[in-house]
Design a binder for this molecule. Structure first.
Ligand code: ATP
Ligand code: FE
Length: 371
């Protein structure tokens, strides 16, 4: 079994070829970092254009690196949501074209499920049920994965995701945004004093597992304004004193942003154990999971709770094609796929795209517990 995975839900165009046993035959990512820097965020129309420009090349390169042609793969897995519909469409269209030309089954993939399940590719012992904290640019999710395709949502964000807070803070601090803001902010925080500014931890009074980062963003913005930091002056040109002030803000922000994750995880583990007492693992995945401080802090929580942490390597935490191909393999093995599309569907065919697509049921008891 060999599956080609295609991912275009946001700003990365990615493809990969993975074998049924988890062997990664190739992995290609083309990122739109330069566009992001120029426009300060993802503009859907421009992101679509950028995907269209590189999709054929990215998929071809993934096949070439695997020493295969489309004829040799068993199925095509593609992200159909959640994400920007204009962007999703580029990947889905490409998957359909390949599938109809080469008579391949199609597997429709949930982007956040893929972020979680890729952990099973790197950790053989990770069986269901397990817990997952998914932290990225658009999502903050605490999930109990009971079975393949059967998820309970223990918590989600009521406003922004942590990745968005990292990106905005990095921008306001005048960091180099050619990569996304997260890695630049993590680096700066290492030389700052995390105790210097006492930002308050979000949602202290809410005894649930939901997240909120909008308030922390505002606290950070006010701290930056009151210290007269000018984001127009890049940190590389800032004075020594200005630079250390920015580092203090970065470190103080990071401490509280991650403390919020720690508190929510601790409670979520207790909730999850009421439903599935046998859980052994917490998976932490999504772009922000590549952050070393996040990993270290969550490892402490997980140990305290007698669980094991599984955190995929950085290249599999941020958006990638491997997670899509692997999740495709998991579903394919359970017989969950669509037959090859008809060749004449191409022109005005309405693709199944799911820009908003919750992952699993909300944990109802959690809501009443919160009050
Ligand atoms: P989603 O998965 O919610 O649809 P996305 O696909 O755009 O969002 P990912 O590629 O999964 O996001 O993650 C990107 C996010 O991860 C960005 O917000 C980025 O700043 C953040 N990120 C990446 N590396 C780090 C890091 N080292 N520290 C903190 N944040 C990071
Ligand atoms: Fe993602």
């Amino acid at each position: 079994l060999v599956v080609l995975g295609i991912e275009t839900s946001c700003d990365d165009t990615a493809a990969a070829v993975v074998r049924g046993n988890g062997e990664i035959l190739s992995q290609v990512v083309s990122s739109q970092a330069d566009l992001l820097e120029r426009y300060g965020g993802v503009a859907p129309k421009m992101a679509e254009e950028a995907h269209l420009q590189v999709i054929d090349q990215v998929v071809q390169e993934a096949l070439d690196k695997a020493n295969l042609t489309a004829r040799d793969v068993s199925a095509v897995a593609v992200t159909i949501g959640p994400g920007l519909s204009l962007c999703l469409r580029v990947g889905v269209q490409k998957a359909h074209k390949l599938a109809s030309s080469f008579n391949l089954p199609i597997i429709s993939i949930h982007h956040m499920e893929a972020h979680a399940l890729v952990a099973r590719l790197i950790e053989q012992e990770l069986h269901f049920p397990f817990m997952a904290l998914l932290i990225s640019g658009g999502h903050n999710l605490l999930i109990l994965a009971r079975e393949l395709g059967q998820y309970i949502q223990l918590g989600t964000t009521i406003d922004d995701a942590i990745g968005e807070a990292y990106d905005k803070t990095a921008k306001w601090l005048g960091l180099d945004m050619r990569r996304s803001g997260g890695p630049a902010l993590e680096e700066l925080a290492q030389v700052g004093d995390a105790e210097s500014i006492k930002f308050s931890t979000p949602m202290k009074q809410h005894k649930d597992c939901n997240f909120s980062y909008a308030g922390l963003k505002t606290q950070v913005r006010l701290a930056i304004e009151s210290r007269n930091i000018n984001a127009e002056i890049p940190i590389s040109s800032a004075s020594c004193q200005d630079r250390s002030c920015r580092a203090d803000i970065a470190a103080s922000f990071q401490r509280v942003a991650v403390l919020h994750l720690e508190e929510r995880c601790e409670r979520a583990i207790e909730w999850a154990r009421k439903i599935e007492p046998s859980i052994k693992y917490l998976v932490v995945s999504g772009g922000v999971a590549s952050n070393q401080y996040v990993r270290t802090r969550l490892d402490l929580i997980v140990k305290k709770k007698n669980l094991k942490l599984v955190c995929p390597p950085s290249s599999l935490c941020t958006d990638n094609g491997v997670m899509v191909a692997w999740t495709g393999i998991e579903h394919f093995c359970m017989g969950r796929f669509d037959p090859p599309p008809l060749a004449d569907e191409a022109e005005d065919f309405v693709y199944d795209l799911r820009p908003r697509w919750p992952l699993g049921e909300e944990y109802a008891e959690g809501r009443s517990n919160a009050r």
